[in-house]
Ligand binder design. Structure first.
Ligand SMILES: Nc1ncnc2c1ncn2[C@@H]1O[C@H](COP(=O)(O)OP(=O)(O)OP(=O)(O)O)[C@@H](O)[C@H]1O
Length: 594
């Protein structure tokens, strides 16, 4: 590509992502525009920011549906700060909490809090804070007692403090924001959210016990709901929490046209159909293609791999990617915590040299990268270390469950691999949304077994079209020292010399390490359980009966299938958020990990 073409491509991407106006044009106070520029390096707003900020400043309840990585956090934080920094007299700690941001996970809680800290740098009298599962309750109580102006919280912990921390002051609460609303609900927090809304006196129907809260506040309550996917649960939450909301981004969200950007234009467009914004009619479109906003520049592919060959293919692809580009950030998604632990150990420890030459036969780690893992069964400190480590590294691999699928903004992630399929197509959208953020390039690769390819049709229905990954071409690219020349045209994947050799090497490596073998067996069991937990319509595609358990065992490098007599095993699943409960008397406890 020559310079001119590259410039043209960059310009086109910018047109699709950014608006042709400034933050000041949106009505934000100059001090905030300065913070955005100087602290964050943001010169111009993204399209969704240009569409939403003026409407939020005006005080409307808003429902926002926009593609992943389009800058939604700034959408809700800046109007709040805009108003709060103008309060006269100034906001004080003794005012208690004025804005509440609800997020589904601890990592997202920390991420939003960090952005908030940067934005509030100049406004030291507005105090940011967070409360979340895993943190010390008494320390949180002490912080709440002192007063937190803008509070970021996970739902369970918030409810706990609402009920048990009498010094938690929220009578002046003006904003409630649900970030990643769909995820909060999918994780089974629906009841907690309803209770929270009732306690805060912000339920639209029914008489909330906290009406006094509303009466005491001199400002009208403003609630905002943000979600990259829409469904019935989000619809219900919108109904009970939003009053005459403006909906943004539900139409033409992938529009590449630049926005009309004088404040008059934007303000004048409220309620009209300009820029995909309209009044809420009481229900959202159900899961249809326009529900799913995928970044236009994202390259989406799938790779069809027989079950037993999955680790060989995964390791080959990872090796190739890190060889091709040394500075590379990749995220691989698995269905269970045990699978993350097993593959993390395998990838970190597996050393192999396939070159028989004595001078080059020094064993090296097969996948040359720094690996991290993240799942809900890890200690809080470990989760925090991964989050920070993967954030700051230039080149690294993250192996994780869906705990990392939503909202997390790891910079420069170039590749998403879904080694275990996501289940609901909405989950697919969130996982791939960790790359191709804000107009940057990104690739997504979905692993499917041959019996699972119907899943592609489900994705297609939601507007996601995947092309096949050229796997044989990749496998052929590895050198095969000492192997006979093979006829590439006749070769099946199973008979490919590279696959055979690498599979043997992985298998013996696992067999030789007792701790790795133990991890493999645990991962095998929980993987089978996770497979049985696919819900509803997906059972048609992910058919447990079609699984060959011997091949599944092979996919964990095990020659023999471990027993599935799992009475005593504790298996942790991450599946869409609902508590899966006990399958049968003989089954083991299944706990949701987030
Ligand atoms: N106006 C801007 N100019 C440049 N970068 C921006 C701008 N606004 C946001 N960003 C950056 O864009 C990235 C994505 O932002 P953010 O995480 O808020 O997106 P999101 O829409 O909430 O994504 P998700 O749906 O995955 O949660 C972040 O790295 C953020 O710092």
């Amino acid at each position: 590509m020559d310079d001119r073409q590259q410039r043209q491509e960059e310009e086109e991407t910018a047109n699709e992502v950014y608006a042709s106006c400034s933050f000041a044009d949106l009505g934000l106070h100059p001090a905030i525009c300065e913070q955005l520029r100087d602290r964050m390096g943001f010169e111009v707003p993204t399209l969704i920011q240009a569409q939403s900020i003026p409407i939020i400043i005006l005080g409307h309840h808003v429902l926002i549906n926009a593609a992943t990585g389009t800058g939604k956090t700034i959408v809700y934080l800046t109007p709040i700060i805009h108003h709060l920094q103008m309060y006269n007299p100034r906001v004080q700690r003794s005012d208690g909490t004025l804005a509440l941001v609800l997020v589904p996970t601890r990592e997202l809680c920390m991420q939003v809090y960090e952005i908030l800290q940067k934005l509030l740098h100049r406004f030291h009298w507005i105090v940011p804070g967070y409360i979340m599962g895993g943190e010390n309750r008494s320390k949180e109580k002490a912080r709440l007692r002192k007063g937190i102006s803008i509070l970021v919280a996970t739902p369970g912990r918030l409810l706990d403090h609402l009920k048990n921390t009498s010094s938690f002051l929220y009578r002046s609460l003006r904003w409630i924001i649900f970030d990643e609303a769909d995820r909060i609900l999918e994780m089974g927090f629906g009841k907690e959210i309803e209770e929270i809304l009732t306690l805060l006196g912000s339920r639209q129907s029914g008489s909330g016990g906290g009406d006094a809260v509303l009466r005491n506040s001199k400002f009208q309550r403003q609630n905002l709901l943000l979600s990259a996917t829409l469904n019935d649960k989000v619809n219900h939450l919108a109904k009970i929490s939003l009053e005459n909301p403006v909906m943004i981004g539900l139409e033409e969200s992938n529009s590449s046209s630049k926005l009309p950007c004088s404040p008059r234009n934007l303000f004048g467009s409220i309620g009209s159909k300009v820029s995909g914004e309209r009044k809420y009619s009481g229900s959202l479109a159900s899961s249809s293609s326009e529900d799913y906003n995928l970044p236009a520049q994202l390259v989406q592919r799938y790779v069809k791999v027989p079950c037993g060959l999955r680790p060989v293919v995964l390791l080959s692809i990872l090796r190739n990617l890190f060889e091709r580009e040394v500075h590379q950030k990749i995220v691989v998604f698995f269905s269970t915590c045990d699978a993350v632990d097993f593959h993390y150990s395998l990838i970190s420890e597996f050393q192999w040299s396939y070159d028989p030459q004595p001078e080059v036969n020094q064993k090296q780690t097969f996948v040359k990268c720094r690996a991290f893992r993240l799942h809900g069964n890890m200690e809080h400190d470990g989760r925090r270390a991964t989050f920070q480590g993967f954030n700051t590294e230039n080149s690294a691999l993250l192996l994780c469950t869906d705990v990392a699928a939503r909202g997390l903004d790891f910079p420069k992630v170039r590749y998403i691999i879904q080694y275990d399929s996501p289940g609901e197509p909405s989950e697919y959208v969130h996982r791939v949304g960790r790359t191709a953020r804000l107009g940057e390039k990104g690739d997504a690769l979905l692993f499917l077994q041959p019996v699972e390819v119907d899943y592609l049709q489900d994705l297609q229905k939601h507007g996601a079209s995947l092309e096949e990954f050229p796997l044989l071409k990749l496998l052929d690219s590895f050198p095969l020292y000492g192997q006979k020349h093979h006829n590439k045209n006749l070769l099946s994947l199973e008979m490919h010399p590279w696959v055979l050799t690498l599979h043997k090497a992985i298998e013996s490596f696992i067999l030789m390490g007792p701790s790795l073998t133990k991890l493999a067996k645990e991962a095998f069991r929980s993987w089978v359980r996770a497979y049985t937990a696919h819900r509803g319509d997906l059972k048609r595609i992910f058919v447990v009966k079609k699984l060959h358990l011997g091949h599944v065992a092979r996919s964990f490098g095990l020659k023999e299938q471990p027993s599935l007599n799992i009475n005593t095993a504790r298996v942790v699943l991450f599946k869409g958020g609902a508590l899966l409960g006990q399958k049968s008397k003989s089954a083991f406890n299944i706990r949701v990990a987030t």
